[in-house]
Design a protein around this ligand. Structure first.
Ligand code: ADP
Ligand code: NA
Length: 329
């Protein structure tokens, strides 16, 4: 155990897929064991930056909470809470916003990309990286597990911490991104792109709550190529390589050994897909069962989130008091 503190957030945007599982959730399972202090937030405030439906959002917050618990996130080993229930996130975001320049935000790659794709966007889409900085700094987090696409935003949180410390007095530690060697799972239908909730074709992803029949169908129809042997060649055989990477990520076996076994047993892609299907079904079974059990138990989910709110608030209130004192309120 160590004295550093981890903060991470996940948007409540529906049931996570196996890409989210191996690329984020599985990492949190390790971190909650390793760190004495880990804070994991279902960041609902971030998920209203683009048009949303209130009923769906409410369901999604419960679903994400149930899913995280079903995967093994333990509310005794980390603080699991819903972002909007701790009002200091938005309060600190306002103060940080007042020391963040407009060009600093406009230069962020995600803003450029998202504002081009979506018309008539709200200012929240521009300023949400400030809220993200507030999420981190409110808990004086030192370590922030993120993907490469989020490094710029962690840089922003470092810059804002530094600006605040210089202007008002030293308060915030410098947050550091934790970049694990996390695998990127690709779409089963389009293996050049990552598996994503935003892919329109649902056959491209395997959700953590998919039934065995759905998993079987999706892997059966996964794009491969005309070569029948199992070889690991992401460049030339992205479809097959992706299946092997899913296998690797779920079992811990190495691609090399997976290919050797496939060769020894003279498996073609069809046979290999059947093997992988069994592995995925087996791995997701306990998660799916626990998810549906928890999903029906709103009382338990409310209890978990309330405990998280209290524990998060305890830290957030102290930091925010220090902030307001330094700022002059
Ligand atoms: P999505 O594209 O499905 O909306 P997000 O962008 O919300 O996923 O990412 C949520 C978390 O899951 C992030 O930590 C991200 O790095 C991880 N993640 C998303 N897609 C994948 C993937 N295909 N493979 C590995 N990790 C992924
Ligand atoms: Na812990």
């Amino acid at each position: 155990a160590c004295t550093r503190r981890v903060f991470s957030g996940i948007q409540p945007t529906g049931i996570p897929h196996i890409g989210n599982y191996v690329g984020a959730i599985k990492n949190w399972l390790q971190l909650q064991k390793k760190y004495d202090s880990m804070i994991l937030s279902v960041v609902d405030l971030h998920s209203i930056t683009l048009p949303q439906n209130p009923e769906t959002l409410r369901e999604n917050i419960y679903d994400m909470t149930a899913c995280l618990l079903a995967c093994g996130i333990d509310s005794d080993k980390c603080i699991l809470f819903q972002q909007s229930t701790v009002p200091q996130h938005t309060q600190l975001a306002w103060i940080l916003g007042c020391i963040c320049t407009l060009p600093r935000l406009e230069h962020l790659a995600q803003w450029k990309e998202k504002s081009e794709k979506n018309k008539d966007v709200g200012t929240g889409l521009l300023t949400y990286p400030i809220l993200q900085s507030a999420d981190i700094l409110l808990y004086k987090a030192t370590d922030v597990p993120v993907g490469k696409d989020q490094i710029q935003h962690i840089e922003l949180s470092r810059d804002l911490a530094k600006s605040f410390n210089t202007k008002f007095g030293v308060l915030f530690p410098k947050p550091q991104e934790l970049l694990g060697p996390l695998p990127k799972i690709k779409s089963l239908k389009n293996p050049k792109n990552k598996m994503s909730k935003s892919e329109i074709n649902p056959m491209g992803r395997i959700d953590l709550t998919d039934e065995p029949d759905q998993i079987r169908e999706k892997i059966k129809k996964a794009v491969t190529d005309s070569t029948s042997e199992i070889t690991y060649d992401p460049e030339n055989r992205p479809g097959v390589a992706n299946l092997i990477e899913i296998h690797e990520a779920l079992t811990g076996d190495f691609a090399e050994d997976i290919c050797e076994t496939a060769m020894l047993e003279s498996m073609d892609t069809h046979k290999y897909k059947l093997l992988l299907t069994d592995i995925v079904i087996e791995k997701l079974k306990p998660i799916r069962e626990e998810f549906f059990r928890l999903q029906k138990d709103r009382h338990h989910l409310d209890t978990v989130l309330e405990k998280g709110r209290l524990n998060a608030s305890e830290i957030a209130e102290v930091t925010y008091k220090e902030v307001t004192k330094l700022v002059g309120f």
